[in-house]
Each structure stands twice: as C-alpha cells, then as structure tokens.
Write a protein that binds this ligand. Structure first.
Ligand SMILES: C[S@@+](CC[C@H](N)C(=O)[O-])C[C@H]1O[C@@H](n2cnc3c(N)ncnc32)[C@H](O)[C@@H]1O
Length: 267
C-alpha cells in the first residue's frame, strides 16, 4: 500500500475528519480569504479529504465540486454536509491526476495538502490548469521538510522513539516542499503571477498521550507504519513514543506547523 492509493486514506478517514481536519481547516480558512472568491463563482477542491476547504468555500461561492479518490474521506464529507445547511457542494469520487470535468469550467481550484501525494504531480497541476477558466486562480499547499517544521519534528521524534531503527526522514529531491519548487511546478503547468504565502499555526499540546492518539488516528503515514502489526506490539511502541515525548518536552507546549501556500493565475 502507498499513499498514492485510496486504502490508507480510507482506513484513517474517521480519525482524520476530527482532530486533523480541525487543525488543517485553519490553513484552508486563510486560503479562502486569499482567493476571496466572488459569490457567483465555481470552485474545485481536489483531494478534498473530509472537506477542510470545501466546507469553507461553500458559503462563499455558487458551487463547489469536491473530488477525492478515497470513498472513506468522501463519506466523512457527505456526513458533515448532511449535518450542515450547505447545499451547493457536489461530491465526486475521482483521481486528481485525471479529472472528468470540461476545460475552463471553474473560477478557482484548490488542492490543500493533497496533490503532494500524487505519483504524477505534474498531471495533477495540468488538470487544475485545464479545468480553470482564463483568469482563474489556483491555490496549492504543502509542508516544508521535517527539519524546518517543529510540529513535524515533534511527531517524527515520537515515531523514532517507537521505532528506534527507523532512519530520519530523508531530504527528498522530488517532494514538493519549498517555495521555489511550488513556483517552478505551477509555472511548468502554465500558471503565471505566482504568489507564495507562508502560513503557520501552532499545535498546542496539553496532553501528550491525547494529542499523539488523535494524530495517529488521522495519519495515513502512521497507518502504513502500523500495517500488519499486532495490537500488543503497537501498544508497546506507542507507549515508548509517548514516554519519550513526555520526558523530552515540558507540557503544555505549542509547536509551530508551518505550511507553504502557492497561488497561481491562469492567463
Ligand atoms: C492530507 S489529506 C488532505 C485533505 C484535505 N485537502 C485537507 O486539507 O484536509 C490528502 C487527501 O488527498 C487524497 N488523495 C491523494 N491522492 C489522490 C488522488 N490521486 N486523487 C484524489 N485524491 C487523492 C487522499 O484521499 C486524502 O483525502
């Protein structure tokens, strides 16, 4: 299994739609402000997950089309829509690398922490470009490498305490993880007049075990690490992670989780 397939996302969808979405919704809120969509516009949310951006775009635009390849994530989004008064969202199961929508059918397109998982990111960006009308805007977001993110470092430290033989995350040449790469890849897809917005929100940890468990429940990465492991072994490893974090950080702490948002315009 890899994060480029729906299953790891299906398995954590219920957990993701709680704590993780609540945290990521803060970045989505800022992106919606930056896009400042007109009320008659149509927006596309690709790799929408359980709806962090969709649910905030919907009250601002005429229609949102929310696409994800994980039926589990889409079920969470449909549940949230059912509990709200929002009635202008179309939920579509599909692959962001090959979208079913006609060219030039949207005014705005976003992919928040989504297309970073596509095996063919260039195809995902080209599809966003194709689906936008001329003058339309795209927003994509990604994380910097672990070494530049206190919150990711905190999580990785816990994971490495649980799995002492696990190497530190390698610095990847191919990951989308810097402003320069975001500008370059948006440019290659045809976008122009790029803007980079560094955003950051703190993860506030009062209760290490509680935050650790919330994080695990919503993390497709950790789902892969746990794959095939017995509950006993996991419990043992999890206890090591929590012990390490309790011993090495005084609670409560606030750890910054910086993100990179790139906005591009289709000429
Ligand atoms: C980290 S979540 C982000 C979800 C949401 N955008 C947010 O900000 O909370 C990544 C999402 O990308 C979706 N995804 C990954 N690859 C995909 C693909 N090729 N096509 C569509 N969705 C994909 C996953 O199913 C998951 O819902």
């Amino acid at each position: 299994m890899s994060l480029g397939t729906p299953n790891p996302w299906n398995q954590v969808a219920a957990g993701y739609s709680g704590w993780t979405q609540q945290h990521l919704a803060k970045y989505a809120a800022e992106v919606v402000q930056l896009l400042d969509p007109a009320s008659r516009s149509r927006a596309l949310d690709v790799a929408c997950g359980s709806g962090a951006a969709t649910l905030q775009l919907a009250p601002r635009v005429e229609q949102v089309v929310a696409v994800d390849f994980s039926p589990g994530m889409l079920a969470e989004l449909r549940r949230k829509l059912g509990e709200s008064s929002v009635d202008n969202v179309d939920v579509v199961e599909g692959d962001g690398q090959s979208l079913e929508f006609p060219a030039r059918s949207f005014d705005h397109a976003v992919s928040m922490f989504g297309l970073i998982f596509f095996p063919d990111r260039a195809a995902g960006l080209s599809e966003l470009y194709r689906c936008l009308r001329h003058g339309g805007t795209v927003a994509v977001s990604c994380w910097p490498p672990a070494c530049d993110s206190p919150a990711i470092r905190w999580m990785v430290e816990g994971v490495r305490a649980a799995f002492p033989n696990m190497p530190p995350p390698p610095r990847s040449e191919t990951a989308l993880d810097s402003p320069d790469k975001v500008v370059a890849e948006l440019g290659e897809a045809g976008f122009r007049s790029m803007e980079i917005h560094p955003l950051s929100h703190d993860v506030v940890v009062h209760d290490v075990a509680g935050v650790w468990r919330e994080m695990v429940e919503g993390s497709a990465h950790l789902g892969l690490v746990r794959e095939g492991m017995s509950q006993d072994e996991w419990d043992h490893r999890e206890a090591s992670a929590i012990r390490h974090l309790v011993d090495n950080y005084s609670s409560p702490i606030s750890v910054a989780m910086p993100a990179i948002v790139g906005i591009g315009h289709k000429p």
